[in-house]
Design a protein around this ligand. Structure first.
Ligand code: EPZ
Length: 418
């Protein structure tokens, strides 16, 4: 198991953000909707991407992945099963269900199971597919779906926590081959959904309203191959914003779309930073001291839950008391205990965390628990006095491409130990 050794660092210069993991994964699943060749560029070389490659290969795809470009071809194969060992390692694999069912009329996908950020239910995915006419059974941890043909419907996809990103992706993909016009109401508005819709339209799908809570899809008989480049990773960009604030380091963040980060830039400004944006990069100048704020995580365009852990680090150093309300994954606080071991003063009650600013954090041995919590611990290590060891950083390798190289280039004192 690898670990990071990190010392107190200030950062300087500019960093280039990689392509979006959460845009790439559903777009990779969408290649199941055609037997023609697809070329997808700007894909980050991450463990989760390789997991999805394995799942698609198991479903009869032949995939070459070089310099960020995936070339996806189809082999003769009628397999329709995404097996538990692979789906267990990455919940997003569940988004192969919709395209597989729509194209092959049959799909057997392992239920993803939970993870440390909370129970990861899939009731909305199943509800949406059933409304499109699928016959779905849950048996021995697998979701078995069959449908002679899918029929368009008006589907309400909102749950008790609002919209669902991957449920929207599953239903959007399935509806592209359904008979008639499907309406998806309370759909997720995330930029990754807009990117998926752009890819599907390049394949010949007819979609309007992506990026709004109401998407209309006119089903087609078949879809063709397409060439596409995925959007930059807004969560990686936001992670560097948090690192800049926590280490009081001005940073230029390149290859990012500031329009995908409006709520995050708003919070950074409230914390006292000045942020200058242009079309594909932004420059952040942190304040000499952080102002406390209240953050509530919400579906897009609200503050993203995937940046909640990272922003707790600068808030732990603010002059005053901050409140974080986690409305998407109310249990997503595994990082709190570890940050408190580094001297933070965070108390949690249900979906709320009260953060009392302290003078400084102190290096310690800490344990990564999930992808974004690990990023928070790395930021805390850069901000803390002394030496920090972040254990189990395989969590980090799932979602950040060359994070330590990028940080080292900015002057961070960080090294990976096998
Ligand atoms: C996507 O997960 C992202 N993953 C997550 O990023 C992200 O945290 C999440 O969206 C929210 O933005 C990918 O895109 C691969 P949801 P997803 O369905 O789609 C509830 C990361 O770090 N819900 O939008 O699985 C659910 O419990 C990962 O990159 C239901 O109730 O999340 C949650 O409370 C972590 N029923 C809320 O909706 C369902 O059927 C939002 O979850 C589905 C979800």
């Amino acid at each position: 198991m690898d670990k990071f050794i990190i010392w107190n660092s200030s950062l300087k210069g500019e960093v280039e953000v990689s392509g979006s993991k959460n845009a790439s994964l559903p777009i990779m699943a969408a290649t199941l909707l055609t037997d023609e060749e697809c070329r997808i560029s700007g894909v980050p070389n991450l463990r989760d991407i390789h997991t999805m490659i394995k799942i698609l290969e198991g479903l009869g795809k032949e995939i070459k992945f070089q310099d960020g470009t995936l070339i996806v071809k189809s082999k003769k194969s009628r397999s329709y099963t995404a097996p538990y060992p692979l789906v267990r390692t990455m919940r997003a694999s569940f988004c192969v269900l919709g395209p597989l069912l729509a194209k092959r009329k049959k799909a057997k996908v392992s239920l993803p199971g939970g993870c440390v950020i909370g129970p990861r239910p899939v009731d909305l995915h199943i509800k949406g597919l059933r409304e499109l006419g699928a016959n779905i059974k849950i048996e021995r941890g697998y979701c078995l779906a069959e449908a002679k043909s899918l029929i368009a419907r008006h589907i309400f996809l909102g749950g008790e926590f609002g919209s669902s990103v991957l449920a929207t992706a599953n239903i959007l993909m399935a509806s592209t081959l359904a008979k008639g016009e499907t309406i998806i109401e309370s759909s997720a508005c995330e930029p990754e959904i807009v990117d998926l819709a752009s890819f599907l339209k390049k394949m010949g799908a007819e979609i309007i309203g992506e990026g709004t809570p109401l998407i209309r899809v006119r089903g087609k008989k078949s879809l063709g191959g397409a060439e596409f480049t995925v959007i930059p990773d807004r969560i990686e960009a936001g992670t560097f914003l948090a690192a800049s604030l926590a280490t009081y380091s001005p940073l230029t963040i390149k290859n990012t779309n500031p329009l995908h980060l409006t709520s995050v830039i708003e919070i950074a400004k409230k914390m006292g930073a000045s942020v200058k944006v242009n079309s594909f990069s932004l420059f952040i100048k942190p304040p000499s001291y952080i102002k406390p704020v209240s953050i509530t995580t919400l579906p897009y365009p609200g503050f993203p839950t995937d940046l909640q852990a990272q922003f707790m680090v600068p808030l732990s150093l603010a002059k005053g008391v901050s409140l974080v309300t986690e409305k998407v994954f109310p249990d997503r606080f595994m990082h709190v205990a570890e940050l408190n071991r580094m001297g933070a003063k965070i108390s949690r009650s249900g979906p709320y965390a009260i953060i009392e600013g302290v003078g400084s954090l102190y290096g310690a041995e800490v344990m990564a628990s999930d992808l974004r919590a690990s990023a928070a611990l790395v930021i805390a290590g850069l901000a803390a006095q002394g030496k920090t060891e972040v254990l189990r950083i395989y969590h980090l390798d799932r979602g950040y491409f060359h994070l330590e190289e990028k940080l080292k280039k900015l002057g961070a004192k960080i090294k990976r130990e096998r």
